[in-house]
Ligand binder design. Structure first.
Ligand SMILES: [Mg+2]
Length: 231
C-alpha cells in the first residue's frame, strides 16, 4: 500500500453544511460581530496568536452563558457528510492510521461520530468544557489550525516513522492549504477555496466521502459494495 496515514479536516469535510464551526456558534449565540472581526484582524496582522484569537472568541460564548444544550441545538443545521462512516471503516480495514487535524470543536465530532476513538489514532481539535449545570466554563484550543495544520501532520509522521509522501490529507477550505502542500496526496473535497483547489493533487466535487477511497486504496482491494466509478 502506498499510503499509511490519512488526515481529515472536520468542518465541511467530515461534517456537511458547514464552513467553519466557530462561525456557526457565533451566529447561534449572536455574539458581537465587531469584536469578532477585531480579534480576527489581530490574528491576521500577527498581533494575536491563534490561541489568543480562539480564547477571545470562546470568552464571548462564556459571556453569553452558553450551555451544552444550546451547542447541540445550533448543530441542527449540520450533518455527517454522506459516506463518512463507510469511508472511515474502509480505511481502518486496510490498516491505515487516521487522524483529525482540525480547528473545529470536540462537541461536533462527539455529536456526529460518538465512537470516533474507534477510528482516529490522533485527534487535533479544540475542546470545550462544561460545568455540572452544562454551562461552558473553559476551553482548550488547538494551536494546530490554519498554517499549523502542516506542523501537526509532520509531528504524527515523525513519531510513526512515515514519510510525508505516505500521508494523505482531505480538506475543504483555506486553512487546509499549507497541509495540502506537504501531504503526499492532498484531496480537496467539496472545496470552497480557490487556493486549495490550486495546490491539491485531486479535486472531488461530488459530495460523497467514499470518492476519496478511489485515490487511496488500490481499486482491486476495495470492498465490493464500495466500488465507485471515477467520473
Ligand atoms: Mg473545513
Amino acid at each position: 500500500m502506498r499510503y499509511r496515514l490519512v488526515c481529515f479536516d472536520v468542518d465541511g469535510t467530515l461534517i456537511d453544511n458547514i464552513e467553519y464551526s466557530w462561525e456557526l456558534f457565533h451566529n447561534y449565540f449572536e455574539t458581537d460581530k465587531k469584536r469578532r472581526i477585531w480579534a480576527r484582524d489581530k490574528y491576521y496582522k500577527g498581533e494575536f496568536s491563534y490561541l489568543d484569537w480562539a480564547n477571545h472568541d470562546i470568552g464571548m460564548w462564556i459571556e453569553k452563558g452558553a450551555t451544552k444544550g444550546e451547542f447541540i441545538k445550533a448543530m441542527k443545521t449540520i450533518k455527517l457528510m454522506k459516506g463518512a462512516l463507510e469511508t472511515l471503516k474502509e480505511l481502518k480495514k486496510h490498516n491505515l492510521k487516521l487522524a483529525i487535524i482540525s480547528g473545529s470543536l470536540n462537541i461536533i465530532l462527539e455529536h456526529f461520530i460518538p465512537n470516533y476513538e474507534d477510528f482516529f489514532d490522533d485527534v487535533f481539535l479544540s475542546w470545550l468544557y462544561f460545568d455540572k449545570n452544562n454551562k461552558l466554563v473553559r476551553a482548550e484550543s488547538t494551536e494546530f489550525d490554519m498554517i499549523k495544520k502542516a506542523e501537526a501532520l509532520r509531528k504524527i509522521a515523525k513519531r510513526e516513522g512515515f514519510k510525508l509522501e505516505e500521508c494523505v490529507h482531505i480538506g475543504d477550505h483555506h486553512n487546509d492549504v499549507e497541509i495540502a502542500k506537504i501531504a503526499g496526496l492532498s484531496i480537496a473535497f467539496d472545496a470552497k477555496d480557490d487556493e486549495l483547489r490550486k495546490v491539491a493533487d485531486v479535486i472531488i466535487d461530488k459530495k460523497d466521502l467514499r470518492e476519496v477511497l478511489l485515490y487511496i486504496i488500490p481499486q482491486g482491494n476495495l470492498t465490493h459494495s464500495l466500488k465507485l466509478n471515477k467520473e
